[in-house]
Design a protein around this ligand. Structure first.
Ligand code: BGC
Length: 743
């Protein structure tokens, strides 16, 4: 075994140095213009995710070796056409094709925030793997994912692309996604390069307004925003993308501290960094560069290796080199990084390696992928509430609905919706209308032959008219159960989709009120790309499922949960605020010098006079159709020293009627620190399956590694003292024990 490992390591080293030699031999023969060409990326004009600068001359430029990469060129046909042109260039350097594959390609998976709610790391990795398989078969080498930006602000539309508010959960998910995309490694035709984005702190934009500035302490940067990037780097991510925001006054794209000092020098990242769309040129708007030539100089010197669509490099970088403003070594380093990835992907050996029509066709409607998407979708759903409706015994929730129910009213704008289930950053295939599983269809498949369904739209997502309410109320009056489905439309969360109000849009909550007024049991499904505010619904409706945007299989997955074929197990990856005025609200806050003792404490404490401090639904929260009871925490010791290990165990019992999964969460609080520490920090979790009546003892082991934090000198270390160890079903409901740990 050891011999085999040694051989593999030696082989890998030999491969790397062989690639380095090949890169050098190419680099040596390139002109300055050709080198800068490698640092230039264009959009393919077939689709666009930003303002396109059209000059109609892209193909000529490819032929002249002035383009290193294209984005938004998909399909074997298109990529082959452009690669053939690249092969006519003097150096015959293959193009890299990049694409935003954020939650699936042909098969749309749940949005990343929804997947994060599953806390099912294997399923998340599988989702990324399948996306890679599908898109690699369509000629793509590189996905602009995972997006690993931590965010505490649901007004920011891009929370839908990430894993929520927590750096620990975010790091584990970042790693899983990188592994999923990159598969067994480059050289395989089903592995695509990951691009970790957006480096960095983009999710902390002031006011939750996209592209806005970010100002934060370095400690916060290190402790909250960098960890998922570091985890993705450790998992071997091939590339990084910088971000639109400035951080403490310096645009990320021109930020040498971030790109050179941290990423390339400290972490020793050997891949390349691509700018975000146009972000090199945007440094002029920031007021950081006086023109695009200046921007090109600043970005290249700061370590941005490739310019996405701003054309600053291709137009100005050569001149900057000639004037001595950018050293040749900076250019060589960037080009070396880019070429190296092209070699690793095997593109120099076969530029058409990813262009295989048969493989592309095979992945077009892949049944196994759809199955995985359905599995991921049902695991992403979060049960927020399940109370006893009229006529059912105490403690018996309204859900799941019986398949024998005589009449179900299916109401609301999502009842028969198709594309709105896909969410932002999804592909609009011509045959989607037939492929996407509607909620209506999903419910229909579950009900017995004697059951009846009544449809009423009630209102559109953003409608202000209540004209459809009476039809909806009639439907409810004639039904035994009402399922009403509301939310955000596809383009309401995502890039450039910040909202100052995150209430349910239009008159949707009014519709819910009208339906509840009928006295019929009402189940509300909320499909959205972010945490929304729906206080009336939360307080008056007996059963609520948060169904996010779940992708191609949405309708069937929701029906699986509604009728109990799957017992919901999702847990919120972000706190849900009570009002916008409470934002940012997050679980890992500091206690302050005047903490409120209760939700109503207003005695000169840190509180709002008109609102409790707690969120409406806390981080980590999510119910099940069954009940999980937690026993007391068992610790192997309560006083520890140095390298000792703390073992924490707890017995969890499924004391309800259904088999189900539970996410057992471990939090730690460092009671006194040389800098103040959060009231709790997630440090571990386990997703377990328990049959009805079954108990399991779950254990976590903790070492001083888990106690480390950045002190005011930015040193990452732990400090002796007292710690609260908490285990529970969410960040609010935990069992606690205190220990002390000395050096
Ligand atoms: C987004 C990136 C994306 C890029 C290319 C930008 O506007 O911020 O996340 O990868 O466009 O589509």
């Amino acid at each position: 075994m050891l011999l085999l490992v040694c051989y593999q390591v030696q082989h890998a080293i030999a491969q790397i140095s062989k690639i380095d030699q090949r890169v050098d031999s190419v680099l040596k023969r390139m002109t300055l213009e050709e080198k800068i060409g490698q640092m230039n990326q264009y959009n393919g004009d077939w689709a666009a995710t930003g303002p396109i600068t059209k000059d109609g001359d892209k193909q000529n430029q490819i032929r002249k070796g002035m383009v290193g990469s294209m984005l938004n060129v998909t399909g074997v046909n298109h990529t082959r056409t452009l690669q053939e042109i690249a092969m006519q260039s003097r150096m015959k350097i293959p193009l890299l094709f990049g694409q935003d594959v954020i939650h699936g390609y042909r098969t749309t998976f749940p949005i990343p925030l929804a997947e994060a709610a599953s806390w099912d790391i294997e399923a998340i990795e599988r989702s990324a793997r399948i996306a890679a398989v599908e898109v690699a078969a369509a000629g793509i080498h590189w996905t602009f994912a995972p997006m690993v930006d931590i965010s505490r602000d649901p007004r920011w539309g891009r929370v839908m692309e990430g894993a929520g508010e927590d750096p620990y959960l975010g790091s584990i998910i970042a790693k899983a996604r990188v592994k999923g995309f990159q598969g067994k490694g480059f050289g395989n035709t089903d592995a695509v390069m990951a691009c970790v984005k957006h480096f960095v702190a983009y999710g902390a934009a002031v006011g939750g307004r996209d592209y806005n500035s970010v100002d934060m302490s370095l400690r916060t940067l290190y402790e909250l925003y960098l960890p998922p990037f570091k985890a993705a780097f450790d998992a071997g991510a091939a590339t990084f993308m910088n971000s639109f925001n400035d951080l403490n006054g310096i645009p990320a794209t021109g930020n040498s501290f971030l790109q050179r000092d941290i990423l390339k020098n400290k972490w020793k990242f050997t891949g390349f960094i691509v700018s975000d769309w146009g972000s090199v040129g945007e440094m002029v708007n920031h007021g950081y560069a006086k023109d695009n030539a200046h921007a090109a100089m600043l970005a290249a010197n700061a370590g941005s290796d490739m310019d996405m669509e701003s054309r600053s490099y291709i137009k100005h970088l050569a001149q900057q080199v000639k004037e001595g403003k950018v050293k040749m070594s900076v250019i060589d380093d960037a080009v070396r990084r880019i070429l190296k990835k092209k070699f690793e992907m095997g593109l120099f050996d076969d530029p058409f390696k990813f262009c295989n029509e048969a493989r592309e066709k095979e992945q077009w409607n892949n049944a196994a992928h759809l199955l995985a998407a359905r599995d991921m979708a049902k695991k992403s759903i979060v049960l927020l509430k399940n109370e006893s409706p009229l006529g059912r015994g105490a403690g018996v929730g309204l859900l799941p609905i019986s398949k024998q129910t005589k009449t179900i009213a299916v109401v609301g704008p999502f009842a028969k919706a198709v594309k709105d289930h896909l969410g932002f950053w999804s592909y609009d295939w011509a045959d989607d209308t037939a492929r996407i599983k509607t909620l209506w269809g999903g419910i229909q498949k579950k009900l017995s032959a004697d059951s009846k369904m009544i449809y009423a739209k009630g209102c559109g997502i953003t409608d202000t008219s209540k004209a459809g309410f009476s039809e909806a109320v009639n439907a409810a009056m004639n039904a035994d159960v009402v399922v009403v489905t509301v939310g955000e439309e596809r383009a309401m969360s995502g890039e450039a989709k910040s909202r100052s109000s995150i209430q349910l849009p239009g008159v949707q909550e009014e519709l819910i009120k009208a339906l509840v007024a009928t006295g019929k049991p009402v189940v509300v499904l909320i499909s959205a790309g972010r945490p929304l505010i729906f206080n009336w619904t939360a307080d008056h409706v007996p059963a609520i499922l948060y169904t996010w945007w779940l992708g191609t299989e949405a309708g069937d997955a929701i029906a699986d949960v509604l009728f109990g074929d799957y017992n919901p197990s999702g847990k919120l990856p972000m706190s849900f605020p009570r009002t916008e005025g409470q934002i940012p609200v997050y679980y890992n806050y500091y206690n302050t010098g005047r903490p409120a003792k209760t939700e109503n404490d207003l005695n000169y404490v840190s509180a709002y006079i008109d609102l409790p401090n707690s969120p409406k639904f806390p981080f980590g929260y999510g119910l099940s159709y069954t009940r999980f009871d937690y026993g007391q925490l068992q610790l192997n010791k309560t006083t520890l020293k140095g390298n000792e290990q703390l073992n924490v165990s707890v017995t969890v019992t499924n004391s309800g009627q259904y088999a189900g999964e539970e996410v057992v969460q471990l939090y730690i609080r460092d009671m006194v620190g040389s800098v103040v520490r959060p009231v709790k920090e997630l440090k571990g979790f386990k997703k377990i399956m328990l049959q009805a009546g079954e108990s399991k003892t779950i254990s976590f082991s903790i070492t001083t590694n888990d106690l480390r934090f950045y002190n005011d000198q930015l040193k990452f270390d732990w400090e002796a003292g007292e710690f609260e160890i908490m285990v529970g079903t969410d960040s609010r409901d935990v069992k606690t024990k205190t220990i002390s740990w000395t050096k």
